[in-house]
Design a protein around this ligand. Structure first.
Ligand code: NOJ
Length: 531
């Protein structure tokens, strides 16, 4: 386990929209380097950068044409190496985005694999052996290449599936997981990882990590096997390199070899119940100005509680404790910004909780200032995700300080709605969302109990009740998202033996008081105490 993960706090950067230094309207790698101090100053000490490689950008860069080349619109490989160096100089780490399951249809490997004559790449993707037949119920494309066959898709039409084999091959054209073709793909993946690790990258966020072996079983044992092999390489040659999976099932991803697995926003799951438990038919409802039914736990008048989250989270946490981490996110580039439905006061409490939980948290760029979800036409395959991908708002100046380009040239429009936040303003205001996030992260770095490995125990959570009290090592965190004051006698706190709580280390929002006999949680409040 890389030691630096113990106190890691990640900041996810969508490179298109972070900072443009050459006035072409799109963010770039030098822009990320320029803003490292901003990220460090907030209290995040690691980055995850969405794919920044050569691509036709039909899926915002998740359709890679050349894994070993930085997309010219973001700069050069040297720029990226410079970013690694500058990050390391500040004690920070950088994860790149690894897309192992598919390439762009414009990747050289794919062009070669579509040729009629057999060649080194004929088995790199999944192809049938006759143009007339599809792929056993999986999405496929026929009629595009010279080769007599149809090929399988992994996501969009532009993303043919790489061949890691089938768990139980049934057709002559299906390779086994340990077949030469599948093993060659695996080696090609390791080669890409080595390429960037040797140039200073600190690991990878892995896209659709569970999707590699086809017709896998429920436990994804074929795909797990592939990752265990990859992890063995890291343990041997790059023991400080970290892997985080887009998997969403830590009890599978951690045994597979990932150090961390994201708790993703899936409608109806535990994480979703915290921030996004509202109606969002294609998210268009957000535009209509009608009052939404919002049961999110952090919605002050939502009437929610933390029990649904805990029922799912706790068993998962126990199953991987000591072996890996769950990564809670504020949001990501696929998920509606939490500011879509939560006010800055509600967001303060939500982030305070997320950032005081075990494991390794991720902040999506701009969430720390409450950047809003925008209703926009689709860009680069973003669809409803586009609204969460707009330019970072640095200042109140031209293009919000994102770019010096003419406004029409911007990758996506800057939020111009009244009251749109910007970092400069938020940093000056001690009551801002930014200041709350910074204060929580400051405490997290100062108190090992609040970091990745600190123990976690629920002291108070009840159906239909807003307050949540949890213990992290020798600290106690208490949150009350509702507008009603709540009083919890110490006797009601699960296995809390102390006579009363100790010193208060942090308070966000309303006041929380450790009285003589009870913990009194004011409206919309969060606090951390010594036990
Ligand atoms: C998940 C990524 O987060 C998403 O943005 C992308 O479209 C798909 N995987 C396909 O790579």
């Amino acid at each position: 386990m890389p030691k630096w993960l113990k106190d890691a706090v990640f900041y996810e950067i969508y490179p298109q929209s972070f900072r443009d230094t050459n006035a072409d309207g799109i963010g770039d790698i030098p822009g990320i380097t320029e803003k490292l101090d901003y990220v460090r100053n907030l209290g995040a000490n690691a980055l995850w950068i969405n794919p920044c490689f050569d691509s036709p950008f039909k899926d915002a860069g998740y359709d890679i044409r050349d894994y070993k080349k930085v997309a010219p619109r973001y700069g050069t490989n040297e720029d990226l190496e410079e970013l690694f160096r500058e990050a390391h100089r500040r004690g920070m780490h950088v994860l790149l985005d690894l897309v192992p399951g598919h390439t762009s249809e414009e990747h050289e490997w794919f062009k070669m694999s579509g040729k009629a004559e057999k060649n080194e790449y004929s088995g790199r993707y999944i192809w049938t052996d006759c143009w007339f037949f599809g792929i056993d119920g999986h999405p496929y494309i026929g009629g595009e290449c010279e080769r007599n066959g149809a090929y399988m898709l992994n996501f969009f039409k532009c993303q043919p599936a790489l061949n890691y084999g089938w768990l139980h091959p049934k057709q002559p054209w299906q390779d086994a997981v340990d077949s030469p073709n599948a093993l060659a793909t695996r080696e090609a993946l390791k080669d890409i990882m080595r390429f960037w690790l040797d140039r200073g990258c600190d690991g990878f966020r892995v896209d659709m990590a569970n999707s590699l072996v086809k017709d896998d079983d429920e436990n994804k044992s074929g795909t797990q096997e592939v990752w265990r092999d990859v992890r063995a390489m890291l343990d041997r040659d790059y023991p400080e390199a970290a892997l985080v999976s887009e998997w969403g099932v830590p009890e599978q991803a951690i045994p597979a070899g990932f150090h961390m697995d994201f708790y993703l926003d899936w409608m109806g799951n535990g994480y979703n119940s915290l921030l996004r438990d509202y109606e969002r038919a294609g998210m268009n409802v957000l535009s209509e100005g009608k009052k939404l039914e919002d049961r999110s736990y952090f919605k002050a008048d939502g009437g929610g509680d933390a029990t649904h989250f805990l029922e799912e989270y706790e068993p998962r946490l126990r199953s991987i404790e000591g072996k890996g981490y769950i990564s809670l996110i504020t949001c990501n580039h696929d998920t509606p910004r939490p500011a879509a439905n939560l006010t800055p006061d509600e967001l303060k409490l939500a982030y305070a909780m997320i950032l005081t939980m075990p494991g390794v948290p991720f902040i999506y760029y701009g969430d720390e200032i409450g950047m809003r979800y925008q209703l926009l036409p689709t860009k680069e395959g973003g669809y409803t995700r586009t609204g969460s991908r707009t330019p970072m708002q640095w200042t109140a100046g031209k293009n919000a300080g994102f770019s010096d380009a003419d406004e029409e040239k911007l990758y996506l429009p800057v939020d111009r709605t009244p009251g749109a936040p910007d970092a400069e303003d938020e940093m000056q205001d001690p009551d801002s969302l930014y200041s709350a996030v910074k204060a929580v992260l400051g405490l997290r770095h100062a108190e090992p109990d609040l970091q990745a490995d600190g123990s976690f125990r629920v002291l108070y959570a009840r159906k239909g009740e807003a307050p949540l009290v949890y213990r992290r090592g020798d600290l106690v965190c208490a949150v009350n998202p509702s507008k009603k004051q709540a009083e919890i006698p110490y006797g009601e706190l699960e296995s809390f033996a102390g006579a009363r709580l100790g010193e208060q280390l942090l308070g966000i929002g309303g006041s929380v008081t450790a009285g003589a006999h009870a913990l009194v949680l004011g409206p919309q409040s969060f606090a951390v105490f010594r036990a």
